[in-house]
Design a protein around this ligand. Structure first.
Ligand SMILES: *Cc1c(COP(=O)(O)O)cnc(C)c1O
Length: 354
């Protein structure tokens, strides 16, 4: 029987996510803040309007209208919704997948691009970033010319490195890539930089966003914006009811009060600056990488990342250990920016265990 499992799937290991525990959770870029009490009450009162005995609106019209406004999708461009932006990566790849076709991205980057490429039977080409985790433009252009990728993925800012790639380098890639270029803006509220406004200038540009990092990770909702003729094609591959009634209801509600999320993002942006500053003063932290996201990548002394990660975990603070990924990420740890109190606890835990 086991021959039925595709060999490339059998060779994979499942994406590991730690089970929920009593940790201060600084591993997954979640927003630590809840909604103000009155807003929670207002939302609770509106819940009976969510008809969970019915199938959801397959086109999620109310939610799509809200997202067009909040995400500043240019006039005349369309969006397709995903059960998280992870699903959109999958949908786009399913739309273009054919034997021999490739997906290309710089590395290290968001691991789902490579994993989903493998799920759909596509070749993945990773192009190393330079020592500062900036795009190596010559190498990118050469690899794109050689492999003619169906899609190039650029996380902006990049995860796990935290930086915004050079805008002119991305524009160069947009102008020369033969296939789609997805600019993945999962952290747009922390970066305050975007390619959304560039949609009218590049036929092959698709801009992906998610509400996960801005405070709604539990809802599982992402969007991809682009020219209507492309979005229509991706929409054919989408299962009709992928965005459930409760997600449509809750997201539409909170996006009508988007200023609440914007205030939270502003606090986290300022906390990020403080954390960057404090981390750079820590003895034992070899390097703090610049960040335009709600996380910070740090490099610790040779061979000490695993021990430090375990010691923090034992002390009740869960961060992300990137060291097992190896290569340029050896000795690297990633911490999510949180409330002043949790950031303080993180700094204390680091100080005593470094
Ligand atoms: C977190 C993240 C995503 C996934 O977002 P979901 O909408 O929660 O699936 C996509 N891209 C990048 C770069 C991320 O860091």
């Amino acid at each position: 029987m086991k021959n039925w499992i595709r060999p490339e799937i059998a060779a994979l290991s499942a994406y590991h996510v730690p089970a929920p525990g009593d940790w201060i959770k600084l591993d997954a870029m979640e927003n630590p803040y809840q909604w103000p009490e009155e807003l929670q009450q207002e939302w609770l009162k509106s819940l009976p309007d969510a008809e969970i005995n019915r199938y959801p609106d397959p086109a999620a019209r109310e939610l799509v209208a809200e997202l067009h406004k909040v995400m500043e999708v240019p006039e005349g461009f369309e969006i397709v919704l995903g059960n998280g932006s992870d699903e959109l990566i999958q949908l786009l790849m399913m739309t273009v997948a054919k034997p021999g076709r490739t997906i290309l991205a710089p590395e290290p980057t968001f691991v789902m691009y490579k994993m989903i490429a493998q799920f759909v039977g596509m070749e993945f080409v990773g192009v190393p970033l330079d020592v500062d985790f900036e795009l190596d433009l010559d190498a990118m252009v050469a690899a794109i010319e050689q492999h003619q990728p169906a899609v190039v993925f650029l996380a902006y800012p990049n995860n796990p490195t935290g930086n915004l790639f050079d805008r002119a380098a991305i524009e160069k890639i947009l102008s020369m890539a033969p296939g789609f270029v997805v600019v993945d803006e999962a952290y747009h509220v922390f970066a305050e930089e975007s390619f959304m406004g560039a949609l009218p200038h590049y036929e092959n540009l698709l801009v992906m966003r998610t509400v996960s990092k801005m405070g709604l990770a539990g809802l599982r909702l992402g969007l991809m914006a682009g020219a209507a003729h492309w979005i229509n094609e991706v929409n054919k591959v989408r299962l009709p009811y992928n965005i459930n009634v409760l997600t449509q209801h809750a997201a539409t509600f909170i996006l009508r009060h988007a200023e609440v999320l914007e205030v939270q993002a502003a606090i986290l942006r300022s906390e990020r600056e403080q954390l960057l500053q404090q981390l750079s003063l820590l003895k034992g932290v070899v390097k703090v990488y610049p960040s335009k996201a709600n996380f910070v990548l740090i490099r610790v002394a040779d061979g000490s990342a695993d021990r430090l990660f375990e010691a923090l975990k034992e002390g009740g603070v869960l961060i992300k250990n990137l060291s097992p990924a190896g290569g340029v990420l050896a000795d690297c740890l990633r911490v999510t920016v949180s409330t002043p109190q949790e950031n303080h606890q993180l700094m204390d835990a680091l100080r005593t265990r470094l």
